[in-house]
Each structure stands twice: as C-alpha cells, then as structure tokens.
Design a protein around this ligand. Structure first.
Ligand code: HEC
Ligand code: HEC
Ligand code: HEC
Length: 119
C-alpha cells in the first residue's frame, strides 16, 4: 500500500516536471526588460504603444520573454530566437496597422518603432 503511494507520488512529480519544462513561454512584463534595455524601455514608455488600450507591450512584438530573458540566452540571438524571441517585420505590424484608427504601416513608420531611433 505504502509502496503504491510512493510510486504514484513519484509519477505525479515526474509528470509535473515534464509539464513545466514543456510549457509555452509566458509574458514577464516590460519592467523585466527594463533591467537590461533601459533605452528601449524609455522610448517605448513615451510611445503611443504604451498609451494604447490595450497596451502594445514589448512582448506583444518580441514574443513572451520567460524563456529568453536570461542573460545567458539573450546574449546569443540564435538561442534567444529558439526560446521565443521575435524580431518583428513589417508584416507583423499589419496585425493592427491599417485597421480601424491605427495608421497603415510604411517604411517611415517602421523606422520609428523605437522612438529613440526616430529623427
Ligand atoms: C538580463 C538582461 C536582459 C533582459 C532581462 C532582457 N534582455 Fe534583451 N538582450 C540582452 C542582451 C545582452 C542582448 C544582446 C545585446 C544587445 O542587443 O543589447 C539582448 C538583445 C535583445 C534584442 C535584440 C536581438 C537582436 O539581435 O536584434 C531584443 C529585441 C531584446 N533583447 C528584447 C528583450 C525583451 C522584449 C525583454 C523582456 C521580455 C528582454 N530583452 C530582456 C539582455 C537582456
Ligand atoms: C510595436 C512593436 C515593438 C514594441 C512594442 C517593442 N519593440 Fe523592440 N523592436 C521592434 C522592432 C521592429 C525592432 C527592430 C527595429 C529596427 O531594426 O530598427 C526592435 C528592436 C529592439 C531591440 C534591438 C536594439 C534596438 O534598439 O533596435 C531591442 C533591445 C528591443 N527592441 C527591445 C524592446 C523592449 C525592451 C521593448 C519594451 C520596452 C520593446 N522592444 C518594444 C518592435 C517592437
Ligand atoms: C497589437 C497592435 C499593434 C501592433 C502589433 C503594432 N502596433 Fe504600432 N500602434 C498600435 C496602436 C493602437 C497605435 C496608436 C495609434 C494612434 O493612437 O494613433 C500604434 C502606433 C504606432 C506608431 C506611432 C504612430 C504615430 O502616429 O505617432 C508607430 C511608429 C508604430 N505604431 C509602429 C509599429 C511598428 C513598426 C509595428 C511592427 C513592428 C507596430 N507598430 C505593431 C498598435 C499596434
């Protein structure tokens, strides 16, 4: 009886481990990104994306960061991409831009996605 319980518990713990490892990455929030990307954070915080409802977060564009935000992963772009980092192209902006009141995407607008790069 006791043995059966131990086997069941061991199995349950192993299953939880597998589920945790296999879980999809989750969003960590802009404050976490700020620790290492202060410049991008500040230009984003002053942008229309941060003022929009709902907010267009770092991770709306760059993908949920729980798996790529660690320094050891982030400093290797290939590893970061494998862990879910997205470097969005113009097509990705089209999910919102050109619809409703959101202006259509142009090369000029694309270049301003991070305000610190805008002239
Ligand atoms: C522990 C520090 C750290 C954290 C936290 C962090 N990053 Fe990074 N990130 C880096 C480093 C280091 C690089 C590579 C050098 C660089 O471009 O600054 C990088 C690169 C990037 C790049 C550019 C990749 C490329 O080559 O074009 C993006 C985009 C990015 N990070 C987004 C994010 C987002 C979004 C978050 C929050 C979810 C985040 N980072 C959190 C350290 C971090
Ligand atoms: C609307 C989509 C969008 C949002 C929101 C956004 N980014 Fe980006 N990000 C981009 C694009 C597109 C690029 C590539 C820009 C380029 O090539 O000029 C980029 C580039 C970067 C880079 C590479 C270095 C640089 O300055 O180009 C980092 C780091 C980064 N973003 C971090 C962040 C962080 C941190 C946030 C939130 C505080 C954020 N991004 C919010 C779309 C976005
Ligand atoms: C989830 C929706 C969403 C996505 C994805 C998105 N945006 Fe936006 N964007 C908005 C909203 C909403 C506004 C604010 C529109 C307004 O209030 O005028 C905005 C505004 C902007 C502005 C400011 C325009 C101005 O008139 O000052 C720029 C620049 C911009 N987006 C660039 C980008 C780029 C580049 C991408 C893709 C890499 C992108 N956005 C992806 C929703 C989005």
């Amino acid at each position: 009886m006791k043995k059966a319980l131990i086997i069941t518990l061991t199995f349950a713990v192993a299953l939880m481990f597998v589920l945790t490892v296999a879980a999809a990455p989750t969003a960590v929030g802009a404050e976490k990104c700020k620790m290492c990307h202060k410049l991008q954070y500040e230009s984003w915080a002053a942008s229309k994306h941060a003022a929009a409802t709902p907010k267009v977060e770092c991770e709306t564009c760059h993908g949920p960061g729980s798996d790529y935000m660690k320094m050891s992963v982030m400093k290797d772009v290939a590893a970061a991409k494998a862990a879910g980092l997205i470097l969005p192209d113009k097509a990705a902006c089209g999910k919102c831009h050109g619809k409703g009141k959101v202006p259509a995407m142009t090369d000029a607008l694309f270049a301003k996605v991070h305000a610190h790069k805008a002239k």
